[in-house]
Design a binder for this molecule. Sequence first.
Ligand code: HEC
Length: 158
Amino acid sequence: MVKLTRLRMDFTLLLALLGGQAVHAAAPAGAAVFAAHCAVCHGQDALGVAGSFPPLKGQVTAFAKLPAGRDYLVTAVSGGLIGSVQVAGETYTGAMPAQNMLSEAEVAAVLSFLASDGGKAKTGVQAFDVKEIVAIRSRHPGVAGAAALALRPSLPGT
Ligand code: HEC
């Protein structure tokens, strides 16, 4: 009797795990990836922390409009950054750890989420998909830190 209950619990757990994984693999929500992996530094609303962490709001949209900017975004997230970036007249000198625990689908989801301003604005920017993430990663294999920062294109008006 005890055994049967135990077995049933394991089965329920297995179903829950399988179910969770299926949803995860199908469409990781960009908002959830952002909350779990980026908000701790870049802030809940992606507005950054003055002097420490640059804002991503607006920046990711601007980079995502340029082919070179899309390469930069994916490489920065995958390989991390070291050095100085200037955003809205403010200089941030720091390091961002590689977010290499994220799957291609999660990178696509979080960058699409940010590029569309949290899905709120019609920014006219094309979403990222897994195919593009794979292609960009294979164009810049192992690029990280200062070398990833070197890919940062200058934005119009900056
Ligand atoms: C531990 C803190 C930390 C976490 C977590 C983090 N970042 Fe960063 N991020 C930084 C710092 C610091 C910089 C500035 C890097 C520098 O000074 O070289 C940065 C820079 C960036 C840039 C470049 C901005 C620009 O204007 O060039 C992007 C894009 C970015 N982060 C996206 C993300 C995304 C997306 C996530 C979540 C998947 C994330 N970051 C998680 C700290 C973090």
